[in-house]
Design a protein around this ligand. Structure first.
Ligand SMILES: CC(C)(COP(=O)(O)OP(=O)(O)OC[C@H]1O[C@@H](n2cnc3c(N)ncnc32)[C@H](O)[C@@H]1OP(=O)(O)O)[C@@H](O)C(=O)NCCC(=O)NCCS
Length: 455
């Protein structure tokens, strides 16, 4: 009798990453850093430090860092910074970790386990777009409690995956050969980074997703290796990526802050805690009906020419930043209904464009609420100001987001954002977003030294 797809998947998926053999050295380090030992040690330290709040805080920090000190069968074999490599070093010289030539890179895709095959996802093909949407909508990033899951729209995916110079071959899917069902995805896009004053032709990796039925079968390392192979074949050797998961080794750890816009809905859906001070809180988070800055208006296409040099100049002051080309600025900064919301301040007298602010729309599915399906979330994107104080600019952005029907405004503490959080009533969210570079050594940098936001 033929096995069911589930049975055959379970069998084949177990062999999905035959290449990841742990080198002897890793097995040795596993003994020394065994999670069991670490747990016992932590428990003992916890007992000793119970009454010492400072020591307790340090212990909590240590616990959060622990994944970095454990063995990583895949990441320990990759050209990424190791935690031990930079520890205690007074100076880390930025630069590639390994140098290779295009000819050294395999021309053939990595072999997948029987029953699975690589496929190209053409986001402009409506069927493919729907398949990718469905995979991400059901299996992409969730919050810790499993109450919310990112819901990237097809329009958003088309925009995010197809910047100028994008490579269709870097939009990689894995299908079950028999059913042709899409089970996993990873994407790369070309980007230019400015790292400590150095222009680095690079890639950005995003939308890594494995169907829940295929989790923990080590398919991710294969997807990462395959996208790396395809990118290396175009003579690009670096990548930037972000993740809530701690792996070796971030160059920075940033925090999300959120600002309620529709407080009642946030309480109803369990995002904000119910409190007896509901009315006072609702009042606290109320916003004016209109933006307050004179000359604040929606960006028009022809404004990009004026906005581009301002953004370029602003981003160049950060240690690590995006280095947009004029074509990329058009793609990334233009107003795009339902995707990117961009605004400028035009001086009413001189007609000069003096400031720019933008946010992107990324809703979350609400997984267990009878009344609501979606939490509408605006995420702070790029901005720059030459005249309007940044807190005024971002306040106007929150007002526009509220008027556009968003329930929540999220912002990372990158760029100069941290400075406005308190005044604009942002609250720190749970969890971190770590920033990573593939094949690039860099000293740890502070969130306020980052001029990059990834979607
Ligand atoms: C992230 C996800 C693809 C990992 O898949 P998985 O089945 O749990 O893990 P696999 O068995 O395939 O692979 C495990 C390896 O991938 C690494 N890994 C897991 N999540 C990762 C991430 N977000 N980025 C890079 N590597 C990751 C693990 O560290 C591990 O490598 P290691 O042994 O060297 O530590 C999967 O959990 C998923 O689709 N989650 C929802 C979407 C998501 O969070 N995507 C990542 C967004 S940043």
């Amino acid at each position: 009798m033929e096995p069911t797809e589930k049975e055959s998947l379970q069998e084949t998926a177990a062999a999905v990453d035959p290449e990841v053999e742990e080198p002897t050295q890793e097995k040795e380090s596993k003994k020394r850093f065994s999670p069991d030992n670490a747990k016992l040690m932590q428990e003992a330290i916890s007992k000793l430090m119970k009454d010492n709040p400072i020591a307790h805080k340090k212990l909590e920090e240590f616990k959060e860092m622990q994944p970095l000190f454990q063995p990583h069968a895949f990441w320990d074999t990759q050209p990424v910074q190791k935690v031990t490599e930079t520890m205690g070093r007074s100076k880390v010289t930025p630069g590639p970790i390994e140098e290779k030539k295009k000819d050294e890179i395999d021309t053939e895709p990595i072999k997948l386990a029987d029953g699975f095959e690589w496929c190209k996802i053409d986001i402009h093909n409506e069927e493919h777009a729907k398949e990718l949407y469905d995979l991400l909508n059901k299996h992409y990033v969730e919050d810790d409690k499993g109450s919310f899951r990112f819901d990237y729209t097809i329009d958003f995916l088309k925009w995010a995956l197809c910047p100028p110079g994008y490579k269709p071959k870097w939009h990689i899917g894995v299908r079950a050969t028999k059913s042709q069902k899409l089970f996993a995805f990873i994407s790369g896009i070309p980007v230019n980074l400015n790292i400590m004053g150095e222009e680095v032709k690079s890639s950005e990796i995003n939308f890594l997703c494995v169907h829940k039925k295929l989790r923990s079968k080590r398919l991710s390392p294969i997807l990462i290796k395959e996208v790396t192979r395809r990118i290396n074949r175009t003579d690009i050797w670096q990548a930037i990526y972000t993740s809530g998961t701690l792996i070796p080794k971030p160059f920075s750890g940033t925090l999300y802050y959120h600002r309620p816009l529709n407080y009642k809905k946030l309480v109803d859906i369990g995002f904000s805690k119910k409190t007896k001070h509901f009315t006072a809180k609702k009042k606290l988070y109320s916003l004016p009906d209109e933006p307050e800055t004179l000359g604040f208006r929606k960006l028009r296409k022809k404004d990009i020419k004026k906005v581009y040099p301002l953004v370029k100049e602003y981003l160049s002051k950060f240690k690590v930043s995006m280095s947009f080309s004029p074509e990329e600025a058009v793609h990334y900064l233009n107003y795009r209904e339902g995707v990117i919301y961009s605004y400028v301040v035009e001086d009413p007298e001189t007609k000069e464009i003096t400031d720019f602010v933008s946010f992107y729309a990324l809703n979350s599915s609400i997984l267990d609420n009878e009344k609501y399906d979606l939490m509408n979330v605006a995420y702070c994107w790029y901005h720059c100001s030459t005249k309007t104080p940044i807190e005024k600019l971002l306040k106007d952005a929150t007002i526009m987001a509220k008027n556009e029907g968003f329930d929540l405004f999220q912002m990372l503490n990158v760029m100069d954002n941290e400075a406005v959080m308190e005044e604009l009533k942002f609250i720190q969210s749970a969890g971190n977003l770590h920033y990573y570079l593939f094949n690039y050594r860099l000293p740890s940098i502070k969130p306020e030294d980052i001029g990059i936001v990834l979607v």
